[in-house]
Design a protein around this ligand. Structure first.
Ligand code: MSP
Length: 515
């Protein structure tokens, strides 16, 4: 027996200065689909997500609400967890940078680097953006303002602990050049290599900040948020000596937004090299969810609440829209109109109708029991399934989530065309039970396979299809090896429970008609 492959997937840990917005949700949904896909493949998956809770921004947000930072972050974290539960995010651990085990391990990491001489003490000065909690190069400033936060950067001078990143520049460059998969999509690697050329030593502590993990042995300073935050990928699986750490490190993929690739592709590898640990296999920088061309986010004030949208349309509609509409890796717009059109066309019509109309005929002609297979009338459907399986596998290997979804919906298109061309209603009318049974079997078999394939993306809707097909083995127990044409068992009692996703606007149209 071959050993089960491990798959360790992480997301960025979110700042908790406000409730989660669509940008946060997009990343967690994408990661969730990837994690679920790997479970379907039979891999031993560990999926880590969580929150980044220290630093001045959070200190200030807490103050604005008259709360101490711990109470404030506890409250916001509850919002994050509730939203992720609503969206079906199946993480294995939710790490908080305020967790006791995390804080202890971060201090140990810091001390280790200090003892080794990778961290030294020096006067550090420069322009500083409080929003980014980062010293800025003058070339990063536009008229002395931070280009991200559009506020004047302040001159700051502190006695700081500094990490000798310059010692690792050459090794990082070599690693990036020799491992083309390390930074994905590959067009982001060039940018990192450019930045790396002049990347300075990094200040890794702050004197002026109180809300943070104290520097071991020097309570006058706290550890810089990025050192604290990046370490979560280790501490979240029990670094240094937990069993999960031994089993899962190095990570398979760190999934993060394009804005923070440089931290993950420069500072993080340098830290890991200093700790003498292997580097993650991949850092994938996804694009941004935009509204009117702007990054959705708290600071730009255009953040749609994923919570409210999920209440209105259901989590799977949001999951499907974001993963299908935005080419994974690129930026993409989110508008209500595009959302409703996409969901109506693909979920209500294409997916829902194929199931609904087939189960209706099955109920009338076979008492709802899965009819016998009749190979002669299956046409190209079994071959289509095979080619779709191969495409999904190929596209998921490079995290082209949108293209994997396109392939699955091609199978649904083919299934609907098959229904139209075989015209089961006519076969029923003519009393041709053998061919009718064969057609219904083929359609439902295609839908069984499509629902398993779609389950990482739209788990709730896939579960509804599964329930209506009447298959007793739970959907969650399905594996890739079950996706073989002909496995659907004749005689299984289906249950027609109505449309799995009613058209958005249908109620409205119905109400208008009545009026
Ligand atoms: N706390 C840091 C990450 C530390 S990881 C060790 C941070 N937090 S964040 O809350 O600002 O962003 C969290 C993640 O959400 C990042 O990967 C970021 O790119 C992503 N997004 C935030 N807004 C986004 C969009 N509008 N669209 C897509 N993702 C974006 O950075």
């Amino acid at each position: 027996m071959t050993a089960q492959a491990t798959y360790y997937l992480t997301t960025a840990i979110d700042y908790v200065n406000g409730p989660p917005h669509m940008g946060h949700a997009y990343e967690k949904i994408a990661a969730d689909a990837i994690a679920r896909y790997h479970r379907l493949r039979g891999d031993d998956v560990f999926f880590l997500t969580g929150t980044d809770e220290h630093g001045v921004k959070i200190e200030r947000s807490a103050e604005a609400q008259g709360l101490d930072p711990q109470t404030f972050t506890d409250q916001t974290v509850d919002c994050f967890k509730a939203t992720w539960a609503k969206l079906g995010i199946s993480y294995d651990r939710f790490i908080r940078t305020t967790d006791a085990d995390h804080k202890k391990a971060v201090q140990a990491i810091f001390k280790h680097l200090l003892d080794k001489g990778d961290i030294y003490k020096a006067k550090y000065e420069g322009f500083y953006c409080k929003g980014c909690e980062e010293f800025k190069n003058e070339r990063d400033l536009v008229e002395k303002c931070c280009s991200v936060h559009q506020v004047p950067a302040e001159w700051m001078s502190e006695e700081n602990y500094v990490f000798k990143l310059s010692d690792y520049r050459d090794r990082i460059r070599l690693h990036i050049e020799q491992n083309p998969d390390f930074i994905q999509p590959d067009y982001r690697a060039k940018e990192v290599l450019n930045l790396l050329e002049t990347f300075p030593d990094v200040s890794v502590s702050r004197q002026s900040v109180k809300w943070g993990i104290p520097v071991p042995g020097d309570e006058s300073q706290v550890i810089y948020v990025w050192i604290d935050a990046l370490s979560n990928y280790l501490t979240g699986i029990g670094y240094p000596d937990g069993d999960a750490f031994k089993k899962y490190w190095p990570a398979s993929v760190h999934l993060i937004g394009k804005d923070i690739v440089k931290f993950h592709a420069i500072i993080w590898p340098a830290m890991l090299m200093a700790l003498e640990l292997p580097l993650p296999k991949q850092v994938f920088g996804h694009g941004w969810v935009l509204t009117d061309g702007q990054k959705m986010g708290k600071s730009t004030g255009n953040a749609t609440s994923p919570d409210a949208l999920a209440d209105e349309y259901g989590a799977d509609a949001i999951r499907y829209y974001l993963l299908r509409e935005i080419a994974f890796g690129r930026d993409g717009e989110m508008t209500r109109e595009a959302f409703e059109n996409r969901v109506n066309a693909d979920l209500a019509n294409n997916l829902g109708n194929a199931l609904n109309r087939t189960l209706t005929i099955l109920e009338k002609n076979f008492d709802g029991r899965i009819s016998p297979r009749h190979e002669a009338i299956e046409g190209d459907l079994p071959r289509k399934v095979e080619s779709v399986l191969a495409r999904v596998e190929d596209r998921m290997a490079v995290l082209a989530l949108d293209e994997a979804l396109m392939a699955i919906w091609e199978l649904l298109d083919a299934t609907n065309k098959y229904i139209d061309s075989t015209a089961p209603w006519a076969l029923a009318k003519a009393g041709d039970k053998e061919n009718l049974g064969g057609v219904l079997y083929a359609v439902l078999e295609a839908l069984r396979i499509a629902s398993v394939l779609a389950s990482p993306f739209i788990p709730t809707l896939a579960g509804k299809i599964w329930e209506q097909l009447g298959i007793q083995t739970p959907l969650a127990d399905q594996r890739w090896s079950d996706l073989v044409w002909g496995r659907l068992e004749e005689g299984t009692q289906s249950q027609k429970l109505g449309p799995i996703y009613p058209r958005i606007g249908a109620e409205l149209a119905g109400a208008k008609k009545k009026a």
